[in-house]
Design a binder for this molecule. Structure first.
Ligand code: CAA
Length: 257
């Protein structure tokens, strides 16, 4: 598929997707969604790929859903199209995706970064949910995911005032896993993704599934789910290899990666 709003590359076992609508600060319109779904689903299906990185430009990861695309829509349009529901498919990507965020991650941009498995931020990153300033509210998960990331008080503050959080506050609040210099952002994210892609792919996917499940269930059910997945890792050749390599003081050579 020829993409117009994203750039898609592979770096070894890592799929790198770059949002590429510079004139609109990577605003997320229907075409971006369709292309992102096609690219992530292709990487999910590609046995050569073990992890992905999603990034934007130095100025903007993404400045939100495309306001110009939404502006003239009516309630009936939004309801019949079930507008934004396609992003749920993105969030169900099975291989890990690291968001590498520099510049603005606002509205849908912040929400997209939170749909990824973790966020590495450049020191220039700024996160916000400014929908309230447009007379609307978050619609791609901001009121739910941001609250789980940073807690009620900060999520309310962000969503009700529309203020932005800088990278240091985002790290302090648990929104991002770490902050790196802007010049090193993509390389750092690629390095982490390459490390993940070198582990056993089924084990990696089970980790993602188990951590994601913690958001959806009780502690008792989550622990039971984790234990069952853990038991199933003993059906993997990679478990035998990983544990043998430890005992023999050598690096593991996983088959399923
Ligand atoms: N949608 C459509 N176009 C956008 C956009 C968006 N979310 N954000 C920026 N753009 C466009 C601008 O309209 C402008 O286009 P033109 O050159 O054709 O006028 C271009 O990108 C550059 O933007 P600015 O000139 O505004 O750049 P700036 O550096 O002065 O300001 C900014 C940067 C503070 C990020 C500002 O662009 C801004 O406030 N953008 C909107 C942020 C926003 O409200 N996001 C939430 C969108 S709603 C949403 O996301 C709903 C949801 O829950 C999913």
């Amino acid at each position: 598929m020829a993409y117009e709003t994203i750039l898609v590359e592979t770096r070894g076992k890592v799929g790198l997707i770059t949002l590429n609508r510079p004139k609109a600060l990577n605003a997320l319109n229907s075409q971006v969604l369709a292309e992102l779904l096609a690219a992530t689903q292709a990487f999910d299906a590609n046995p050569q790929i073990g992890a992905m990185v999603l990034t934007g430009s130095d100025k903007a990861f993404a400045a939100g859903a495309d306001i110009k695309e939404m502006q003239s829509k009516t309630y009936v349009d939004m309801y019949l199209e079930d507008f934004f529901s396609g992003w749920e498919t993105f969030a169900r990507t099975r291989k890990p995706i690291i968001a590498a965020v520099a510049g603005y991650a606002l509205g849908g941009g912040c929400e997209l970064a939170m749909m990824c498995d973790f966020i590495i931020a450049a020191d220039t990153a700024r996160f916000g949910q400014p929908e309230i300033t447009l007379g609307v509210m978050p619609g791609m998960g901001g009121s739910q995911r941001l609250t789980r990331f940073v807690g009620k008080s900060k999520a309310m503050d962000m969503c009700l005032t529309g203020r932005m959080m800088d990278a240091a506050e985002a790290e302090r609040s648990g929104l991002v896993s770490r902050v790196v210099p802007a010049t090193e952002l993509v390389e750092e994210a690629l390095k982490s993704a390459a490390k993940i892609a070198d582990f056993s792919l089924p084990a990696v996917m089970m980790v993602k599934e188990a951590v994601d499940r913690s958001y959806e269930t009780t502690l008792a059910e989550g622990l039971r789910f984790e234990r069952r997945l853990f038991h199933s890792t003993f059906a993997l050749e990679d478990q035998k290899e990983g544990m043998a390599a430890f005992s023999q003081k050598r690096t593991a050579n996983f088959r399923n990666r």
